[in-house]
Design a protein around this ligand. Sequence first.
Ligand SMILES: Cc1cc2nc3c(=O)[nH]c(=O)nc-3n(C[C@H](O)[C@H](O)[C@H](O)COP(=O)(O)OP(=O)(O)OC[C@H]3O[C@@H](n4cnc5c(N)ncnc54)[C@H](O)[C@@H]3O)c2cc1C
Length: 374
Amino acid sequence: MDKNYDVIIAGAGPVGCVMAERFASVMNWKVLLIDKRDHVAGNCFDKQHDSGLLIHRYGPHYFRSNNKDLIDYLSQFTDWIPGNYYVKSSTNGELYPFPINLLTLRQFFKKPDLNAETAQQLLEEKRIPIENPANSEEFVLSRVGREMYEAFYLGYTLKQWAIHPKDLAPSVCGRIPVRLNEDERYVDHKYQLTPALGFTEMFKKMIDHPNIDLQLETDFNQIRHTVKPTKATIYTGPIDEYFDYKFGKLPWRSLEFEFKEESKEFSQPCVQINYPNDHDYTRTVEIKHVTGQKHRHTVISYEYPRAEGDPYYPIPMEENHHLYERYRTLAEQETKENDVFFCGRLAEYKYYNTDEVMELALKTFNTIKGKHGN
Ligand SMILES: Cc1cc2nc3c(=O)[nH]c(=O)nc-3n(C[C@H](O)[C@H](O)[C@H](O)COP(=O)(O)OP(=O)(O)OC[C@H]3O[C@@H](n4cnc5c(N)ncnc54)[C@H](O)[C@@H]3O)c2cc1C
């Protein structure tokens, strides 16, 4: 292995790829990019299923952003297709548009004439007045009332986290909007776009640069004491692992995915159906609605929350946050003393959307660039 790298990047996910590209093309640095998995793109990884259809291996990724500069930057590496992100929730034997919007309210309360004003009045009647909601249950009750809480939120949250909404911060369920218009889109962002050939192709093109050496199936722990970069290390793996779990393990919620091919063109009316109250899985995903592929068959992914397995979601509880803070103090010291920069969802024990984590990567890159007088 060439030992004269300017920077070593542990993890070839969105953060690792963006930073590798920037160091290589802006700073002309020699980059070693490694990942312990056998592919790039991190959790955004998509690949061809046996059927020939593209699947999102680690759960559906609906790319969205409000940041035009970010879209312009990524457009160097991909063309885009419109993000066709629509979700329904299956409850009480019916499929409802989700997040809750005017169409959901009309269907749920069997009031086809509701408009924004009358829907607002109806919600006022349903809401349970709680001045400062202290947890997710109180938050949802104070927003939409008990019937909708029980139909759409309670079961889903219990399945997803194995924690009662009473024990989760208000923000966990609070992130989901409630709209008093007929906008059925899953998210509100200005740009809702999908890489035309998929995420993996976009990231591969991003790191296709003569200054970047990519080494897959390589754990950072195997090389950390043998290869020393001359300028910096970027670490995007789990922060507790970096410090040998010195203060104990940070807890994560995991997932298992089951992919089933069906011999029909489409199996469900939109990309995602949530099952708050039935089945062991939380949602079914037919990503074909998003990738726009034409095929006689389709593939459905069933998503099962798990206590053990790969780290997917940091568990949003106070004590976990405190534990992370202890590691963060060590990380800050490591940055100061050894130029190791911790960036990304695993390194910061935080759920980030892909656009957010790439913005963060660009920001961290600029900090390092500034430090080196550019
Ligand atoms: C189920 C699910 C659905 C999601 N849906 C969306 C969505 O719809 N829209 C959206 O914008 N975002 C979504 N996200 C978030 C998105 O996946 C993340 O924002 C993004 O992947 C974070 O990038 P990252 O580089 O920080 O981490 P990752 O993508 O996790 O990449 C980190 C990489 O580091 C590697 N690594 C870890 N430790 C080591 C080590 N010791 N040595 C070498 N390599 C190592 C890992 O193998 C991994 O490839 C979703 C996430 C999940 C879990």
